[in-house]
Design a protein around this ligand. Structure first.
Ligand code: PLP
Length: 364
């Protein structure tokens, strides 16, 4: 029996092979590879899809976050509130601009616990970075209320939430700037690295356009010390192809999730919870299990791979030892790190494969 992997990216290519190959050849033959009409078109299409006024392509999701932090003026001495159980890139963006991350524990949906934000606000707090982790929108009504009350800037890390909504409004459109990654495994994946920001504010769009291109608006006239962080023509053209099919790809993920939710029954396994009013695009299907290592081994023996998102929370990683956090500081986050397990969830996972995963989990 074939192994069931946690992802299978070639399936995503072959599904729309002809369209991808046509787009790639068009770009290769054009003689124009950076900052051209493919990028401009994708930025327009992605802004429309998300429901934002502007989109600016970047070289990665991390760069999108860094550019957002810079553009909102976050810097040394500023505190930025972020959930403790995120992927470390979110935190790296905050510290790259010199600001200090202030961690907040997650709720039962794995999202930032909105009721624990206010107690972390000080006179140094400048912004909140909210992460719609695993593809489910955070509790945006409450978060918007808090940001308004304390006049905090809001950045959304939508690297896992392309197309997820909160009460019908897309993630990425709540904050000052929404940041996306098009890393190949994301719900809208490129064939290499890529990212983007969306915003309704023209001045943020213009600033990020300048910063992503060496701080210049006019070639060789550099207004600020910028970066080289552009989304290239080839990736933009391929992303345009995939974006057209994204609603359908999201539907497929939701169907897989529904089957898992309906058919996995094992008291040792806690299924992911769905907040009322929060759209979920199931970037990952994350279960919890106290006997996680035994479960991983059991599934492996039956030819099923799993992955942990994430085994070490940022506050306990070596990279952030200098922040001085200890084990025990964020008990909910640390418990999740010990118990979460992502089971196979990707476009192209067959019904037979889903049933094998369900049977194995039920027999554990
Ligand atoms: C993937 C990811 C990022 C970083 O995106 P890259 O394109 O890999 O730089 C940031 N935040 C979250 C939550 C992610 O999942």
């Amino acid at each position: 029996m074939d192994r069931i992997m946690t992802n299978c990216l070639d399936k995503g290519f072959y599904k729309y092979q002809k369209e991808f190959e046509e787009a790639a050849v068009r770009v290769l033959r054009s003689g124009w590879y950076i900052m051209g009409k493919e990028l401009e078109r994708f930025e327009g299409e992605f802004a429309d899809y998300i429901g934002a006024k502007h989109c600016v392509g970047t070289a990665s999701g991390l760069d999108a976050l860094i550019l957002a932090c810079r553009t909102l003026g976050l810097q040394e001495g500023d505190e930025v509130i972020v959930q403790a159980n995120t992927y470390i890139a979110t935190v790296m963006a905050i510290t790259t601009v010199g600001a200090t991350p202030v961690f907040v524990e997650p709720d039962e949906y794995f999202q930032i616990d909105a009721d624990k934000i206010e107690e972390k606000i000080t006179d140094k707090t400048k912004a909140v970075v909210v992460v719609h982790l695993y593809g489910q929108a955070a509790k945006m009504d409450r978060i918007m209320e808090i940001c308004g009350k304390y006049n905090l800037r809001l950045i959304e890390d939508c690297a896992q939430s392309h197309g997820a909504d909160h009460q019908g409004k897309m993630t990425g459109t709540f904050g000052d700037i929404g940041c996306f990654s098009f890393y190949p495994t994301k719900n809208l994946g490129a064939f290499g690295d890529g990212g983007a920001i969306v915003t309704d504010r023209e001045e943020y769009r213009d600033q990020i356009r300048m910063l992503r291109n060496y701080g210049s608006k006019v070639r060789y006239y550099n207004e600020e010390v910028g970066m080289n962080s552009r989304l290239d023509e080839l990736q933009a053209a391929l992303l345009s192809v995939r974006l057209k099919h994204l609603p359908q790809l999201t539907e497929e993920r939701r169907k897989i999730a529904k089957k898992y939710l309906n058919e996995i029954h094992n008291e040792k396994i806690i299924l992911p919870k769905h907040r009322e009013g929060a759209g979920h695009v199931y970037h990952q299907f994350v279960i919890r299990c106290r006997e996680r290592q035994a479960l991983i081994d059991y599934l492996k023996e039956r030819g099923i791979d799993t992955i942990i998102h994430y085994p070490i929370p940022p506050h306990l990683s070596k990279a952030y030892a200098y922040l001085g956090h200890q084990k025990g500081d964020y008990p909910i986050t640390e418990a999740y790190a010990d118990e979460v397990l992502s089971i196979p969830m990707y476009n192209g996972l067959t019904t037979a494969e889903q049933e094998r995963v369900i049977d194995a989990l039920n027999q554990f």
